[in-house]
Design a protein around this ligand. Structure first.
Ligand code: CP
Ligand code: NVA
Length: 309
């Protein structure tokens, strides 16, 4: 039994095995209906509880479909509708109860500490469905998507534009180290990756470039990527942050400075006309809908990995 909280918790070998299983399960079920179970139904008779402290479209839907494809069932819990560490029941007691009912828990939280605390008391695995610190499930889906289109990500160049200090950029820095690609981040000084992740990157010899120049970040790039300028947990002055990031927009002019066959990625939801133009996100180089679909496939093998002894 294992938790899936951060990319950095797993070895490169474990992460690779998750990606390969996801690819192979996806190919095997290509003629099946969207929610039909895989032939081996590895999650048959089992269930997952999902708790969302924050809104979600993709994570909610893709985990539900993933569970169906594995042959199991899922239940979505609204923290406002359950006893969830709000004074009437401790997080510890809620965790103990869930342990009795289900086989695995997925949590989307505003506080990474909740994941760690919940994980400590659960006697079943917990998956991080996004926290203020990281978004590992999305990044696994992005690696899978990249590789379906461009082959092994090892040795390739991925560029990140905009907010260099959010959950997605943190998980991408960890992924660059584990999967062996170069990550080039372009961001203003005040939105640089935080000290903790930079020191992890240094210690783990991540091929990471942090620059203030968008052109430098996209040069020779195989994949240009960005994210919402204002994340769900961001308690900032939105107007000021948007103004500070405006030169980091991914537009046609910037895409033309990457490799001619570079792909464009975005985890969604998107701030159209802010971090990316309609022309790019709706254009031929964009693979954002495939990223969303692959959440299902990547998460199926993450669930299987968690339940392995
Ligand atoms: N990318 C992602 O996690 O989307 P949701 O917020 O819709 O789940
Ligand atoms: N950084 C974004 C990712 C959304 C999937 C956020 O946390 O809102």
């Amino acid at each position: 039994m294992k938790n899936f909280i951060d990319i950095s918790d797993l070895s490169s070998k474990e992460l690779r095995s998750i990606i390969e299983e996801a690819k192979s399960r996806k190919v095997k079920r290509k003629n099946l209906n969207k929610s039909a179970p895989d032939e081996d139904k590895p999650f048959e008779g089992k269930s997952m509880a999902m708790i969302f402290e924050k809104p979600s479209t993709r994570t909610r839907m893709s985990f539900d479909i993933a569970i169906k494809q594995l042959g199991g069932s899922s239940i979505i819990l609204n923290p406002d509708g359950i006893h969830y560490g709000k004074g009437d029941e401790t997080l510890k007691d809620t965790a103990k109860v869930l342990t009795e009912y289900v086989d695995i828990v997925m949590l989307r939280t505003s506080s990474h500490k909740n994941l760690e605390e919940f994980g400590k008391y659960l006697e079943i695995p917990i998956i991080n469905g996004l926290s203020d610190k990281s978004h590992p499930c999305q990044v696994m889906s992005d690696i899978m998507t990249f590789e379906e289109i461009k082959g092994s990500i090892n040795g390739k160049i991925v560029s990140w534009l905009g907010d260099g200090n959010n959950n997605m950029s943190n998980s991408f820095i960890e992924a660059a180290g584990k999967f062996g690609f170069q990550l080039k981040i372009a961001c203003p000084k005040q939105y640089m990756p935080n000290k903790k992740i930079l020191s992890w990157a240094k210690k783990n010899k991540v091929n990471l470039l942090v620059t203030r120049k968008p052109e430098e970040a996209v040069q020779d790039s195989d994949c240009v990527m960005t994210d919402k300028w204002i994340s769900m947990n961001d308690k900032v002055n939105k107007k000021i942050k948007k103004r500070n990031l405006k030169d980091y927009q991914v537009n046609k002019k910037l895409m033309q400075k990457a490799k001619s066959d570079a792909i464009f990625m975005h985890c969604l939801p998107v701030g159209r006309g802010e971090e990316v133009t309609d022309e790019v996100i709706d254009g031929k180089q964009s693979v954002v809908w495939r990223q969303a679909l692959n959440r299902v496939h990547a998460q199926k093998s993450i669930i299987n990995w968690c339940l392995l002894d």
